[in-house]
Design a protein around this ligand. Structure first.
Ligand code: PPE
Length: 310
């Protein structure tokens, strides 16, 4: 768990309400059946003021998740973009985590959500390193989960859908109880899928490998960012199935996600990864990533939505 400091406002169905007033009814469909979609988005302080990283891509994915659930979002991406920018400003945030969530609301009872109203809330608050400052610098310890990543045959793994996270919750609970910082889930074909809230990369002989979308992973925006910057650094990047034992002989492994950013893995299943410290490729990518999100690399300004502008 990462503790958060309440901010002043939450955006609730079109208006700003006080943090403590952003409540839902106990008969909310999404609460009972997990029928909601959400995003996790970061805003970073840059020399040109706070900027939201790849906001349009996050909103596009939220729309895609809703489409999978046959949910009509009550606001357009453009409206949500303005709402998010306003919320960050009104809460006086610079570095922030933004959590929009839409879910089927209250109507009757029963699993079928057809015809239910859709509620949409957005929270934004200050948020530090998801897997700890130390984790970012020194790397984390992970364990392979006994739980398998949900299969695309049973759930729509491309969607960032609330109910999917029961799978993640089972895995992270087990990992923490076992003394690890995070879990790695294999899929039902025994290939590496992802972490409870992160995608994964391995480095072997200067080639980067990451599981393909067909492994049942969430199509992560940080994963896409890292693939692009790695290619620009002239690394070969392969989207390919990875076996558990490949993890044990990798030179480097790291996890990526909006919350996790780029977090090195220093130990897996009680085996050191490489020398047991973050490797040179991970550090190089981390360095480039920080410069991009913090607005220090003008080539990537199109990925930044400057809050104080327009
Ligand atoms: N896989 C999963 C299962 C996942 O939840 C995330 C994001 C990713 C991959 C990476 O996706 P992206 O953020 O687009 O690079 N996890 C979010 C929520 C974590 C949470 O604890 O809540 C996040 O990083 O914001």
């Amino acid at each position: 768990m990462v503790a958060i400091q309440p901010t002043k406002y939450i955006w609730a169905n079109g208006k700003l309400v006080n943090w403590e007033d952003a409540k839902v009814h106990v008969l909310t469909h999404g609460l009972h059946y997990g029928t909601g979609v959400f995003e996790g988005i970061r805003c970073y302080q840059t020399p040109l003021g706070p900027a939201i990283f790849r906001l349009k891509d996050h909103l596009d994915r939220m729309e895609a998740s809703a489409r999978i659930l046959k949910m009509q979002l009550p606001y357009s991406s453009e409206q949500l973009r303005s709402a998010i920018r306003e919320l960050v400003k009104k809460n006086g945030l610079t570095d922030a985590y933004i959590r929009p969530i839409a879910f089927f609301g209250v109507s009757g009872i029963g699993v079928n959500p057809t015809g239910y109203p859709v509620d949409l809330f957005i929270a934004a608050f200050h948020f530090g390193a998801y897997l700890g400052e130390d984790g970012l610098k020194k790397g984390i310890r992970v364990g392979t989960s006994s739980w398998r990543r949900i299969s695309p045959a049973s759930l729509a793994t491309m969607g960032k859908i609330c109910g999917h996270y029961v799978n993640s919750a089972l895995a992270i609970t087990e990992a923490k109880a076992g003394g690890y910082d995070e879990a790695i889930l294999l899929n039902e074909e025994n290939y590496v899928a992802e972490g409870s809230g992160e995608n994964i990369f391995i480095v072997k002989d200067d080639v980067l490998k990451t599981p393909p979308l067909s492994a049942g992973i969430l199509p992560g925006i940080t994963r896409d960012t890292v693939m692009r910057i790695a290619k620009e650094e002239a690394y070969r990047v392969e989207e390919t199935n990875i076996t558990r034992s490949e993890l044990y002989v990798a030179d480097e492994i790291f996890m990526v996600g909006t919350a996790a950013e780029i977090t090195p893995i220093r130990e897996i299943d009680q085996r050191p990864v490489g020398k047991g410290i973050p490797g040179p490729v991970t550090k190089r990518l981390q360095d480039r990533f920080w410069k991009i999100v913090k607005g220090e690399n003008e080539l990537y300004h199109s990925w930044l939505d400057f809050v104080d502008e327009g």
